[in-house]
Design a protein around this ligand. Structure first.
Ligand SMILES: *Cc1c(COP(=O)(O)O)cnc(C)c1O
Length: 413
């Protein structure tokens, strides 16, 4: 069956919870063992002291290690990306920082795409160097050969351990070819140094892009965005093979940054409507982009749906890896920062807030808000100017979203 058909029931047995149709919140720190022998056996598996027997599941021990709300949620999350295993965290940054710390050690090199989400960029460029980790990065539009050259020029090519990319890039919707990036990972991999490719898939959510199928080793989400989808929870997730996820979950146990049972429960509630929400958002985004494309106060619209064969490799990348145009649109108005602010201040239905992927439409000003921390020169290079407004399209009626944008844009025409 399709994932959307299984989101209400997969992995949950009502008879274990008094017949409750919904999985209760297992608000408990610890679990009672039936016997000392059972406790011993559970710990042997949890700490890898012996091989798991065929069909043997990890017994419930302690909510930092496992909890039914997290385990059922993780099982449901694997369905969308067809991953072997998932781990949920108390934030997207917790998932990302855990992966970076697990796969990098002093002396190693990490290669990243640019731009990256501000928090990720800060962790990689400001915190990892404190641990003696070297950082190299490439920009959207650079070829495989150019990226290989960047790595070689660092002088640390032999120490490359992890490639971390984000596509589509926030806020410009620029695309990075996941398959090409995997080729770069393969180019530098040796039998005793396997380079891991991790992809932050937050911008496309679990529906519209499946990095694991395109060669990525790990896929990461800020579950705060489409997965949570109601602007009422901060959470994160990481998915991949059993082998790699064992390492990710191992470090999560000792960093203690797993999601709480309540967060797990909220995300299970959200997953039930993930597909209908994202479908509605994508339909709305196409309509909103159509409106913005012909508006006289707008100079440029950054939307995956606007790409054509004339865009060459970027268009081919979209066709081979994105299953939708998404619901994120940025646009440049004709004017200055004060004009962008006038438009933002005039919006009524669309809320002036950062974050994305939620049921309500949100608008913000990347240059002074989400990307304020990005170096001015780099910001210019990436096209994040004072004229740019970023829009996350929600599930409202698209005519109302367009009406709101039209009345707000009228202040500058
Ligand atoms: C929001 C976001 C994050 C960080 O997630 P949090 O849940 O806020 O910690 C990481 N990557 C991308 C692309 C994001 O949009």
């Amino acid at each position: 069956m399709k994932p959307e058909s299984l989101m209400m029931s997969y992995g949950y047995k009502p008879h274990l919870s008094e017949g409750a149709i919904k999985c209760p919140i297992f608000q408990t720190s610890t679990f009672v063992f039936k016997s000392a022998e059972e406790g011993k056996s559970f710990f042997e598996v949890a700490y890898g002291l012996r091989e798991q027997k065929v069909g043997e599941e990890l017994g419930l021990i302690y909510s930092r290690i496992n909890n039914p709300d997290l385990e059922i949620l993780e099982n449901r999350l694997t369905l969308w990306d067809e991953a072997e295993e998932a781990a949920v965290f108390e934030s997207g940054m917790a998932a990302i920082s855990t992966v970076l710390l697990e796969f990098l050690k002093p002396g190693d090199l990490v290669l990243t795409s640019n731009p990256l989400y501000g928090g990720t960029d800060h962790f990689i460029s400001k915190i990892l160097p404190n641990f003696g980790i070297h950082v190299a990065s490439f920009k959207v539009g650079q070829s495989k050969e150019e990226v290989i050259k960047i790595v070689e020029e660092t002088g640390f090519a032999k120490n490359l351990k992890l490639i971390f990319i984000e596509t589509p890039a926030n806020p410009t919707n620029d695309l990075i070819d996941i398959k090409d990036t995997k080729e770069v990972a393969k180019y530098f991999s040796t039998p005793d140094n396997e380079i891991v490719l991790a992809v932050d898939n937050t911008y496309m959510g679990p529906l519209w892009q499946h990095p694991l199928k395109l060669g990525a080793d790990l896929v990461l989400y800020s579950a705060t965005k489409y997965i949570g989808g109601h602007s009422d929870v901060i959470a994160g997730a990481c998915l991949g093979s059993n082998r790699l996820m064992k390492r990710v979950k191992g470090l999560r146990t000792f960093l203690g940054n797993m999601a709480s049972p309540n967060t797990g429960w909220l995300l299970m509630r959200s997953l039930e409507t993930l597909k209908v929400r994202m479908d509605a958002q994508a339909i709305n985004a196409n309509k909103v982009a159509e409106f913005l494309n012909q508006h006289p106060a707008i100079e440029k619209v950054y939307f995956l749906g606007n790409l054509t064969p004339k865009d060459g490799h970027i268009y081919e990348t979209k066709m081979s890896q994105c299953l939708s145009n998404g619901a994120m649109i940025s646009f440049d108005i004709k004017g200055l920062e004060e004009d962008s602010f006038k438009v933002l201040n005039k919006l009524k239905l669309i809320k002036l807030a950062v974050s994305l992927g939620s049921t309500e439409s949100l608008a913000e000003h990347p240059a002074t808000m989400t990307h304020a921390d990005v170096d001015l020169e780099l910001r210019k290079e990436l096209g994040i100017s004072e004229k740019m407004i970023r829009l996350s399209v929600g599930v409202e009626n698209y005519e109302d979203i367009i009406y709101d944008l039209n009345q707000a844009l009228s202040v500058i025409v």
